[in-house]
Ligand binder design. Structure first.
Ligand code: GAL
Length: 500
């Protein structure tokens, strides 16, 4: 019966039309559906050297004296100053009546030099306990990401994510978090977007630490992160779960891959593209090995390139056992869609060419202040169906989704309102067809430091005036609209917000 339902869902992915919007659906999400908003430590905290925090790769990257790494030559030294403004953040969360707040912990506040024998910083623990207690006191569940890109600099100096020892250092950090905060936190995300950590950090060099070693290092980075996740999951399972009764998952990112032409080759390209992005991490954590198509293509290309071994590493039996079946839930970050087609590599060894898939975006799609982010609501509907069918019906948490306005934007944000109404409605259609989505998370609670784009893009549902020292958080139209959607658990009476 279950298999049949999976088959039907799978079929529905392909028969629900080639990239069209279907009419807005009035209705609500299943009872118990959870609503929240997200941020990350480096993007909002500031306090970059306060109370014993160690430097991380983003501190180093943004303090580079040539100013060539960040678009507006800015940094996260102050950002939204959340390190010193916990109560301001709690106030806006409470105003929105969210079920949970997804935030991340800065590893280098907890263990300033990151390493396995390095001392724990009590002030770091105190800060997060204070934040978590304040959330719980206001009826808000903490949904905690252990790592959202801010690698302690000392860990990077010792080789960073491409080095296996980093998995052990992360595992120890995870153990410290469970021991110090696990009485209060029941929902843990080990990593935010390993794809971005590895590809942008070690491949294209757009993000810290800015290495450009696409061919092999990117895969080694992914390999360590998968091991680190596996270790962190097993530590929870064996040492903490009985007592703390929580869950551990990961957050992966991908765009939906829509076949550019509706034929078998393009549908294959869509599957292949998703397996090389989402599947790169999801497949090993669910099944103990890389997606077979990834194994086959990278192995073959490595031979063709005259190498002695594959650029894609393998897990030995012990590691396979450690990583296999280590997701209590799967987190999904998604913003947009690609139209994909089959190609024969791209002439360069590395993840992009290895997949034999190329993508483009339809020029007719509505754009945003981020060049990569086009508004394609039905992509979310198709993507969660694909994930549900591909990984044997796991519980899915949408852990990020949102829209970028330019720097000079105000609290009047009709295009973001439209984005949220349409995307959440498409998600609802999938849940009503039986896809087990448990939660939706808007990115982001407030405007913040958008990595290498600095403060030139605003993803917040609260406006922050960064030139005003009080950094007041002011609700945008989208915060008010989302509050309505959250309290209605969907759209019982159509779209609640008028954007005309
Ligand atoms: C995600 C990332 C967030 C945020 C968002 C908008 O990839 O996890 O930190 O920056 O993109 O670009």
């Amino acid at each position: 019966m279950q298999k049949f339902a999976t088959f039907l869902l799978f079929l529905a992915v392909w028969t629900s039309g080639h990239g069209q919007d279907t009419p807005f659906l009035n209705g609500t999400f299943p009872p118990g559906f959870l609503w929240g908003v997200a941020t990350s430590s480096y993007q909002i905290e500031g306090g970059w050297d306060q109370d014993g925090k160690g430097p991380n790769v983003w501190d180093t990257w943004t303090h580079d004296s040539t100013c060539s790494n960040v678009q507006d030559c800015s940094n996260g030294d102050v950002a939204c100053d959340s390190y010193n403004r916990i109560m301001q953040d709690i106030a806006i969360l409470k105003e929105m009546n969210v079920d949970f707040y997804r935030f991340s912990i800065a590893w280098s506040r907890i263990i300033p030099n990151g390493g396995i024998d390095e001392p724990v910083n009590p002030a770091g623990i105190r800060y997060y306990r204070h934040l978590i207690n304040a959330l719980l006191g206001n009826g808000i569940k903490p949904f905690v990401t252990m790592f959202h890109w801010d690698t302690p600099q000392a860990i990077e100096d010792a080789g960073g994510w491409p080095t296996e020892a980093t998995a052990q250092a992360f595992a120890r950090y995870a153990r410290v978090l469970y021991a110090e905060l696990g009485d209060l936190v029941k929902d843990w995300i080990t990593f935010n977007e390993p794809w971005v950590i590895c590809v942008l950090g070690y491949g294209t060099g757009v993000n810290a630490p800015g290495r450009t070693e696409m061919a092999e290092t990117v895969y080694q980075c992914g390999h360590t992160i998968i091991k680190a996740h596996g270790l962190a999951y097993r530590i929870y399972e064996t040492e903490f779960k009985d007592q703390q009764q929580g869950q551990v998952g990961i957050t992966l990112n991908t765009d939906w891959n829509e076949p550019d032409v509706d034929d078998a080759e393009h549908r294959d390209a869509s599957d292949r593209g998703l397996r090389f992005s989402f599947g790169w991490f999801a497949h090993p954590l669910y099944f103990g090995e890389y997606p077979p198509i990834m194994r086959e293509l990278v192995d073959q290309k490595s031979i063709n390139e005259g190498r002695n071994s594959s650029r894609l590493p393998s897990f030995d039996l012990l590691w396979t056992e450690i990583i296999n079946g280590t997701l209590d839930f799967i987190g999904l970050n998604t913003y947009t869609t690609q139209l994909v087609r089959p190609v024969n590599g791209d002439g360069n060894p590395g993840l992009f060419g290895d997949s034999n898939v190329a993508g483009r975006q339809d020029p007719a799609w509505e754009s945003s202040a981020a060049s990569w982010l086009k508004v394609v609501p039905w992509g979310l509907n198709k993507l969660v169906r694909w994930i549900y069918a591909e990984y044997n019906q796991p519980p899915i948490y949408v852990t990020e989704n949102g829209f970028a306005d330019p720097q000079n934007a105000t609290v009047n944000d009709p295009r973001r309102v439209n984005y949220y109404q349409q995307y959440i409605n498409e998600l609802m259609k999938a849940t009503l067809d039986g896809v087990d989505v448990k939660a939706y998370t808007a990115w982001s609670l407030m405007d913040n430091m958008e990595w290498s784009a600095g403060y030139t893009q605003r993803f917040g549902i609260h406006h922050v005036n960064f030139s005003d020292p009080s950094l007041t958080r002011v609700p945008k139209m989208s915060a008010i609209c989302l509050t309505q959607i959250f309290s209605d658990n969907g759209f019982p009476n159509g779209p609640p917000c008028n954007i005309n």
